[in-house]
Every structure is written in structure tokens, then in C-alpha cells.
Design a protein around this ligand. Structure first.
Ligand SMILES: Nc1ncnc2c1ncn2[C@@H]1O[C@H](COP(=O)(O)OP(=O)(O)OP(=O)(O)O)[C@@H](O)[C@H]1O
Ligand SMILES: O=P(O)(O)OC[C@H]1O[C@H](OP(=O)(O)OP(=O)(O)O)[C@H](O)[C@@H]1O
Ligand SMILES: O=C(O)c1cccnc1
Ligand SMILES: [Mg+2]
Length: 541
């Protein structure tokens, strides 16, 4: 086990801030109290789960696991961390700090869902088993490492569902994200959730997400005339003259005389720099009167030299109307100039796009091929946090329950096994939690599945397949991570597979059907007996 961050072998957290000290103060004070009482090494089991799906939906995507493993791998308080903690907890005994300074995750085991799995309320996404104090200290960093990744992956998946499988989705949120870490996580986990790429260059380098981009208004504004183009050539030909030749011909009946020459010069210069990667931002002055005719001039000139323009980007206005008008113009130009490729030119749209606007566009009709989505994706404006919690469910082998006036906040006690029961065509029917030691469900054998809290909600299920949802992913005693972490591409494929297999009415925007999460008869009875045992009986007078 490592003794300092520098010694760590294998996976380390992407963000240097992720460490044992990135925690809430109460984790340290509780650890001291556990230590002082001699309880720090008692065997504890914690479950990490959420109670309500985000975005008024009925599903979520589990993400962030590989960073959790990276934390486990490097979890240690450095000498300077310990020196700092001494200053904030001056009354704590010196031996506590000695003990804290040698802590690591060698006695911890983690069981988790596969990263990228579809997940549902109350199902433990991660189960942590280990010495009470260490497992307690892991609460805050684990929640931090799972909540936002899972939220953003879910948000991205919802945007993918709203846009349709055939659209290209690009994450453009770096400038609006909650700091550098929020931005990098957004790029990574939106890719996992179904986006195709990001504008974030660092995400390309560090994580391997495909990076893409167009250009900004500044590039167009910076040109006022063709005089700013010092060298008019492309491939040894007078490219500027070819572009101007198209400018002087009616392109789709629009443009001549009314288009902006500075904009045309800007497009020309950009095409000289990227003859095979030309995408024009067409809304700087007037999309239909200037931007699109200018785009067509440059696209035609490029084609004369054997280069294919990629498309144009709309960043304002009614994207439904404008995209359809752009498509009409490019289709007409394709006919007029006998250049069929123009009819399928890629129309990119950006500007405050969110799930609602994607549904609105789908309802209204549009001709957009690619959506660039920033602010609403990375800030998860519709729901800025996922409420994963981390609850003690067993201590020294004794199952523990947490009661609440709010039934949904009652925890399901004890170490549990979690299964997904599949019906015909591998469609999941429900998830079921069993008490530790209960016989796993068997294909073809009926099992009674009960709602944990509503006695009347129960169903007998005969699965055709049974999938165990949690696998051991960290075994400190056996050297740490139990297998190599999947690549982001593999996790993305897991998300896509889960979304394809689930009942589609669970995914729909309006009135999605809740997915059933249940407990076995044995766990149901146990939960309710412990509930009764722990709940005080009120005295009424
Ligand atoms: N969490 C749960 N665990 C186990 N059984 C449940 C759960 N929730 C509901 N049930 C039971 O599953 C059955 C179907 O419940 P559901 O709420 O889906 O009703 P439905 O709308 O009539 O069914 P469906 O949508 O499948 O046609 C009922 O018998 C109900 O009691
Ligand atoms: O709208 P988002 O989903 O966040 O997508 C990213 C936005 O960032 C860029 O411009 P910026 O917003 O900086 O300026 P502009 O809208 O005034 O062009 C881009 O043109 C989009 O509008
Ligand atoms: O490449 C783009 O078009 C882009 C990148 C970031 C933000 N807005 C747009
Ligand atoms: Mg904007």
C-alpha cells in the first residue's frame, strides 16, 4: 500500500484534489470518537444509493466508479495533512494522529454495479465493507465522486433520448461549467451518457474523448474585407477569385448584393486554413441574407478544388425555422450547381439548448444534424444535484436500520445481494434485494417480490434470466482493484445497452413508468421487524 501520493502505483485520481482530506470535518471527528472508544476497527457495512431519480425521470446512470477505485488506491493522509489536522484538533491524543497517518484501504472491500449501468432508487450502487472508521471516512469523497458523474451521465442520456439516435451531440460547456473539475467531468461523463464529443481539448488529451469544434463570432467580426487576406491562394489556385466568382452569381436567389463581405472574407480565410474541415458560423450578421449565401460561395469554391465543406452552425434565432430554411437553400444550391453534397450539408445548432428545447424542436420539425450543448448540460440546470446518500446498514455483523418520519428515508438494513430479474428478450422486470445468505433467484423459478414499504404492492416474478448487479470491485487484502477499469468507450457501450434493453416507457419524458425496486419476502419481514423493534411506541394521552 502506498505511503504517499507519489508512491501510488496504478490508477490515481484524475484530479489532484481528490484525496483522503477532501472530506467533511465530521468524518474526522467521528473517526476520533470511534478511535477513542476503541471501535475504529469494528466491521462496518455502508450502502451508497439515491432515493429519487433526477430530472423528474424514472432512471439514472451509475458513473464515477473508476475514480472511486483510484481514490481507494491512493487513500492516505500525507504527513502535511496530519500536521494540519493536529492544528484543527489540538485536544486529540497524539496516538490518534499516528493511527490516522498510517490508514489506507487495505482492509476495505467494495461491491458495485457495473459503471454505466441503469440504476434505480434504493438499490445500493456501492457497498463498502471494512473497518468502521475507514468506511466512515470514505462517505464524503465517495458521494462526491459518484453524485455529479452519475447526474451528468443521466442528463446526457436524456438529451440523447430527446435528440434521437441519429443526431451528433457535442458538449460545449467548458466556459460555463462549475470550475475546471466540473468541466472535465462534464466532458467525460456526457460522452459516457451518449454524447459524441466535446470542445474541451484537455478532455481529449487526458480522457480520450473525441474533440470537435467550429469557430466563434470573433473570427467573423475580425474580418472587414478581402484586403485582409494577404495570400489569396489555396492549392496553388486563386481561391479568393473563385469565391468572389460565386459571390457575383445568384446563389439560391439570395445573397447577391446583400451579403456581408467581411463575413465572406472570414469564411474564405477559414477555409484556406481548414479546406477539409470547414464549418461556417452563419449568424453573425444575418443568417439567411448573408451567412448562408456566404457559406455556399465558399463551399462551392472548395468543391471546385476537390475539398468538401462540412457544414454551417446556427447560434441564435428560431432554430426550427432557420434550420429548415438553411436546408431549403442548400438543397436548391445543390440542384442549381449540380453539387449533391450540398443538400446533406451538416447543420449544427447551438445556443442554450436543453432537453425541453430538443423536444420542442422535434415537435416543430427541424433540419439540424448536430447539437452543441453547453450550459444546460454541464450545470444540470434542470436538477443541479443527485441526492446519493451513504448509510450504515450493518455493524459487527448486526444489521442496522435508520428510521424516519418520511418513509422513503428509512434504510434497508443489513448486507444485501441485489439482482435484476429479466423477462423475455432480456427486458428487465424489476430489481430485487435479498438478505445476505438467502438463495439467489433462479431462472424459471417464481419468486415473490415485495415493495419494501407498501404491503399491498407485491408481485410473483418468474425470471427468464437473473443478473447479479453488484460485483466485488476492490479487495484491499487481495491487492486492490479486482480487475482493470473499463475504458470510457466500454462504459458508453454499457449505457447504450442498458437504455436499449429497458422498457421504453420507463425512459419517456411524460409520465414515465416507474421501474420496480423490491425486496424478497425474507428481507421485507426482517426490515419490518427491525423497524418495529427500533421505533419507540408513542404514549398518547
Ligand atoms: N416495488 C414493487 N415491488 C414488487 N411489486 C410491486 C412493486 N410495485 C408494484 N408492484 C406490484 O406489481 C404489480 C404491477 O404494478 P404496477 O404498479 O406496474 O401496476 P400496473 O400499472 O397495473 O402494471 P403494468 O404497468 O405492469 O401493467 C402489482 O401487483 C403491484 O402490486
Ligand atoms: O449556449 P450553450 O448551450 O451554453 O452553448 C455554448 C455557447 O457558447 C458559445 O457562445 P457564447 O454563449 O459564449 O456566446 P453567444 O451565445 O453570445 O454567441 C456558443 O456559440 C454557444 O452559444
Ligand atoms: O466549437 C464550437 O462551435 C463551440 C465551442 C465551445 C462553445 N461554443 C461553441
Ligand atoms: Mg450563448
Amino acid at each position: 500500500m502506498p505511503t504517499s501520493r507519489e508512491d501510488v502505483k496504478g490508477l490515481v485520481p484524475l484530479n489532484i484534489l481528490v484525496s483522503a482530506l477532501l472530506t467533511d470535518m465530521y468524518q474526522i471527528t467521528m473517526s476520533y470518537a470511534y478511535w477513542k472508544a476503541g471501535r475504529h476497527n469494528e466491521n462496518a457495512v455502508f450502502d451508497l444509493f439515491f432515493r429519487k431519480c433526477p430530472f423528474k425521470g424514472q432512471f439514472a446512470i451509475f458513473a464515477g466508479l473508476s475514480e472511486v477505485i483510484a481514490l481507494m488506491n491512493s487513500f492516505t493522509f500525507s504527513p502535511s495533512d496530519i500536521a494540519y489536522l493536529r492544528t484543527v484538533l489540538p485536544h486529540c491524543e497524539e496516538a490518534f494522529f499516528d493511527w490516522l497517518g498510517q490508514l489506507d484501504c487495505r482492509n476495505v472491500r467494495l461491491y458495485a454495479l457495473e459503471e454505466g449501468s441503469l440504476c434505480f432508487p434504493r438499490i445500493p450502487l456501492i457497498r463498502v465493507e471494512g473497518p468502521l472508521a475507514v468506511a466512515q471516512l470514505l462517505e464524503t469523497p465517495l458521494l462526491n465522486l459518484i453524485n455529479y458523474p452519475s447526474l451528468i451521465a443521466t442528463n446526457a442520456a436524456r438529451l440523447r433520448l430527446a435528440a434521437g439516435a441519429d443526431k451528433t451531440l457535442l458538449e460545449f460547456g467548458l466556459r460555463r461549467a462549475q470550475g475546471p473539475d466540473g468541466a472535465l467531468s462534464a466532458s467525460r461523463y456526457s460522452y459516457i451518457g451518449g454524447f459524441n464529443g466535446t470542445s474541451n481539448v484537455l478532455a481529449g488529451k487526458l480522457i480520450g474523448v473525441d474533440i470537435r469544434g467550429t469557430h466563434a463570432h470573433a473570427f467573423v467580426q475580425s474580418y472587414t474585407s478581402f484586403e485582409q487576406i494577404k495570400d489569396p491562394t489555396l492549392d496553388g489556385k486563386d481561391f479568393v477569385a473563385i469565391v468572389k466568382g460565386y459571390r457575383d452569381r445568384p446563389v439560391c436567389g439570395k445573397g447577391s448584393g446583400s451579403s456581408n463581405d467581411g463575413e465572406l472574407a472570414a469564411f474564405t480565410a477559414y477555409a484556406q486554413a481548414f479546406p477539409d474541415g470547414f464549418v461556417a458560423l452563419v449568424d453573425t450578421y444575418d443568417t439567411l441574407q448573408s451567412g448562408v449565401p456566404n457559406f455556399l460561395c465558399v463551399a462551392l469554391a472548395l468543391d471546385d478544388l476537390g475539398h468538401r465543406a462540412l457544414g454551417c452552425r446556427l447560434d441564435s434565432g428560431d432554430l426550427s425555422y432557420l434550420s429548415q430554411e438553411v436546408r431549403k437553400m442548400t438543397t436548391e444550391a445543390a440542384k442549381t450547381f449540380n453539387r449533391p453534397f450540398l443538400a446533406t450539408t451538416n447543420i449544427v445548432a447551438s445556443n442554450d439548448i436543453n432537453e425541453e428545447s430538443l423536444h420542442y424542436l422535434a415537435d416543430q420539425g427541424h433540419a439540424i444534424d448536430t447539437f452543441g450543448i453547453g450550459t444546460n448540460l454541464v450545470t444540470c440546470q434542470a436538477q443541479p444535484a443527485l441526492g446519493c446518500v451513504y448509510k450504515l446498514v450493518s455493524i459487527e455483523g448486526v444489521p442496522r436500520i435508520k428510521l424516519s418520519q418520511t418513509t422513503s428515508k428509512i434504510t434497508i438494513p443489513g448486507r444485501k445481494a441485489v439482482y435484476r430479474l429479466l423477462g423475455a428478450d432480456r427486458v428487465p422486470i424489476l430489481d430485487i434485494m435479498l438478505k445476505d445468505g438467502e438463495e439467489p433467484p433462479q431462472p424459471g423459478v417464481p419468486i415473490l417480490a415485495r415493495h419494501p414499504f407498501v404491503a399491498t404492492k407485491r408481485a410473483r416474478v418468474t425470471p427468464t434470466q437473473v443478473v447479479r448487479l453488484q460485483e466485488m470491485v476492490w479487495d484491499g487484502q487481495a491487492g486492490g482493484a479486482t480487475s482493470d477499469m473499463p475504458t470510457i468507450h466500454e462504459v458508453r457501450a454499457t449505457v447504450a445497452k442498458g437504455l436499449k434493453e429497458i422498457r421504453q416507457d420507463t425512459l419517456q419524458r411524460l409520465n414515465p413508468t416507474p421501474y420496480k425496486v423490491s425486496v424478497s419476502e425474507g428481507l421485507h419481514d426482517f426490515l419490518h421487524s427491525l423497524w418495529e423493534k427500533e421505533a419507540p411506541i408513542r404514549e398518547l394521552s
